[in-house]
Design a protein. Structure first.
Lengths: 168, 106
């Protein structure tokens, strides 16, 4: 029984961490340090690597466009999406030029973008909402996106959204 | 002066981003890559700097690499709905990282 388990585990590990030359199973990569799913890796002709990072809760999706150059990591843009049924709609976008990627900075920017979106919508609909309430709501939504996938109480239903996000 | 250090095995690449200061060498970041055919895929990245700096220490860097690889494996297994014991996961991650440290000279 022990050898059977070992054999199954070996196959499992071989599919997620294959040796050079062997294909890897197509499963999205969760990076716990950056608290996001890494997808869409692209290497330019000059050898620079770019990738998209996705983090989400059940209401919003934050997409980061990251560029790697030598030993530095740059943030190229942050996009905020909301859901409309099963589709995603872009609601905020910020582009950066030569800005180093920094966890705290990304978090603050994301929260500010959610706040800006909510404030804009309230103004369009001529609804008066106290700034503290908007700030609290933005904070709650952003924090929800930073929940680690590895936490036991991560809502696994959310992972069903993942394939749809990757197609986008 | 900034430089990159890489250790590899046939399954994993570990990149260290190092900064040479006047008196210390700083560990600015660690990147882990796995292979997909002949391409490399980034699977985990962690970096320090500014007020949250780390002086380069081989032991610390190795432990961090193992934790990052373990985190990656845990995520992948969770997405596949597979169950592996924590102990086996950690020992596999440790084994993979130690394999990169094996001497490559014949």
């Amino acid at each position: 029984m022990a050898t059977l388990t070992k054999a199954i585990n070996k196959n499992l590990f071989d599919s997620i961490l294959p040796s050079f030359g062997n294909p890897r199973v197509q499963i999205p990569v969760w990076d716990d340090s950056q608290k996001m799913f890494i997808c869409d890796e692209y290497e330019s002709g000059n050898g620079h690597r770019y990738y998209r990072g996705i983090r989400f809760c059940d209401r919003i999706v934050i997409v980061e466009k990251v560029g790697l150059y030598h030993s530095w990591t740059y943030i190229d843009s942050i996009e905020l999406y909301a859901f409309n049924g099963q589709k995603m709609e872009l609601i905020q976008k910020r582009d950066y030029d030569k800005v180093f990627r920094n966890e705290v900075f990304i978090r603050q920017e994301s929260e500010q973008m959610v706040k800006d979106y909510l404030t804009g919508v309230m103004k369009t609909q001529r609804i008066c909402t106290p700034a503290e309430q908007i700030a609290a709501q933005a904070s709650e939504l952003t924090n929800g996106c930073y929940k680690s996938f590895l936490d036991p109480d991560f809502n696994t239903r959310l992972t069903q959204i993942l394939p749809k996000l990757e197609q986008h | 002066m900034y430089y990159k250090a890489v250790r590899l095995s046939n399954r994993l690449m570990v990149y260290y981003d190092l900064g040479q200061g006047y008196a210390y060498t700083f560990l600015n970041g660690i990147k882990l890559y796995c292979f997909d055919g002949q391409k490399a895929n980034l699977i985990a990245q962690k970096y320090w700097g500014g007020c949250d700096y780390r002086i380069f220490n081989e032991q610390f860097a190795q432990e961090q690499s193992i934790l990052m690889l373990r985190g990656f494996l845990e995520g992948q297994l969770k997405l596949q709905g597979a169950q592996v014991s924590d102990q086996e996961l950690t020992s596999f991650a440790r084994g993979m990282v130690e394999e990169t440290r094996r001497k490559q000279l014949a």
